[in-house]
Design a protein. Structure first.
Length: 392
């Protein structure tokens, strides 16, 4: 077990109709002029954006809006948001949507309050010293960005996707109404559930420190998400299943499931960032497509964790060698992905990259992690290329 610092300052307001409390929460945290940042037309079509603006109008809170956040949110929109906030003297950000809108809003918050190019933070050249305060109305359970310190942005030039983490970017509040996720397409729900699983497993498969209570929380969260993902595949309007998954998404990425370990592995995410940057695939689907190849590649180096996962999470009978048990656990998770219509390799994801594209992704991934990264197993450029090749 390692020492840790667990910091989760976000106030969570959970349940039906909680979006109607947005004005009082903005006031509670000092907001007077708000940028409402959102994604595509679903927030408009569902009537959620109008409900939010009606509440702010009634409360006399001034606001401006910026739509257009997309999966793998773009740096160009972040720049637009920074300029808009400065021009309109915005002092509070409200992200209405999922991880893309939230991540984009965090980047805008860094850009408004720090001199220079905001991309410097995502390019690891310097660290932010401030961020505009941010609140969230969550519409998809997936990234956990509503309680986390992290955001991921894609720079169009060079198709570079990078993440930046700072406690300064943690939202002040997160409004979570599970009913707001009921209009999601089944594919997006499944992608979200996959992302939640991966945030937990990135912290679980380590060779550096573990706590029994943290492991038990992580294993329970994984089992809960898988059970409810299959319920939602058959009954998308099930409120209780939506609620379980939404809360699990926040707990998976607010630091709880990493307490006492070395911070986690994170190489599945880093590998997927290259897929997302180059091909603009849905993040959860990209993670599912790459995970099995990563897991088989590192399994021998982290065998006790993979065996425990197989038995405690996937329900594999502990019969045979540790390696055989671990491999059955990997196969069981891939079978689950197929049941919720997630891909388990790049071709199932609809990709057929060339050898040059695989080589380029491996190189960019290695550059992005300063040469090497991993806890289950330390991976370098040659390892990254081997995993990409195995995922075809």
């Amino acid at each position: 077990m390692f020492a840790f610092n667990y910091y989760t300052p976000t106030q969570v307001v959970f349940g039906r109709d909680t979006e109607l409390k947005v004005a009082e929460l903005i006031r509670q945290f000092g907001g007077t002029k708000v940028l409402i940042h959102y994604g595509g037309g679903s927030v408009v079509r569902s009537g959620l954006l109008k409900r939010v603006t009606d509440v702010l109008d009634a409360a006399g809170i001034d606001y401006v809006t910026l739509g257009g956040a997309v999966p793998n949110p773009r740096l160009s929109l972040v720049y637009q948001g920074i300029e808009l906030c400065k021009r309109e003297k915005v002092d509070f950000l409200l992200a209405v949507g999922g991880g893309s809108a939230i991540d984009s809003a965090k980047a805008i918050g860094y850009g408004v309050t720090n001199e220079g190019d905001v991309w410097d933070f995502y390019d690891y050249k310097r660290k932010a010293t401030a961020c505009l305060p941010l609140g969230v109305i969550l519409t998809i359970a997936a990234t956990g960005s509503e309680m986390s310190d992290s955001s991921v942005i894609t720079k169009e030039e060079g198709l570079i996707k990078r993440g930046y983490s700072s406690d300064l970017g943690r939202p002040r509040f997160a409004i979570m109404n599970p009913e707001l996720t009921m209009t999601l397409p089944d594919y997006q729900t499944a992608c979200g559930c996959t992302d939640i699983l991966m945030h937990t497993m990135e912290r679980y498969f380590t060779n550096g420190g573990n706590m029994e209570i943290t492991d038990s929380i992580a294993e329970g969260l994984l089992r809960t998400v898988m059970v409810n993902a299959e319920i939602l595949a058959k009954d998308p309007k099930n409120y209780d299943a939506r609620a379980e998954v939404m809360w699990a998404g926040s707990l998976s990425h607010n630091g709880l499931t990493g307490c006492g370990n070395d911070g986690g592995d994170w190489m599945t995410h880093k590998l997927e960032h290259e897929l997302g940057g180059l091909y603009d695939v849905a993040h959860g689907a990209g993670l599912a497509a790459i995970w099995g190849s990563w897991a088989r590649y590192v399994c021998q180096s982290c065998l006790p964790r993979f065996r425990r996962f197989a038995v405690n999470v996937m329900g594999v009978e502990p019969v045979g060698t540790d390696e055989a048990i671990a491999l059955r656990g990997i196969e069981a998770l891939e079978a689950f992905f197929r049941r919720i219509h997630m891909p388990t390799n790049l071709r199932e994801l609809g990709l057929n990259p060339t050898e040059q594209e695989l080589t380029d992704m491996a190189h960019k991934c290695a550059v992005g992690v300063n040469g090497g990264k991993g806890s289950a197993r330390m991976l370098y450029e040659a390892d990254m290329l081997a995993i990409f090749r195995a995922s075809l």
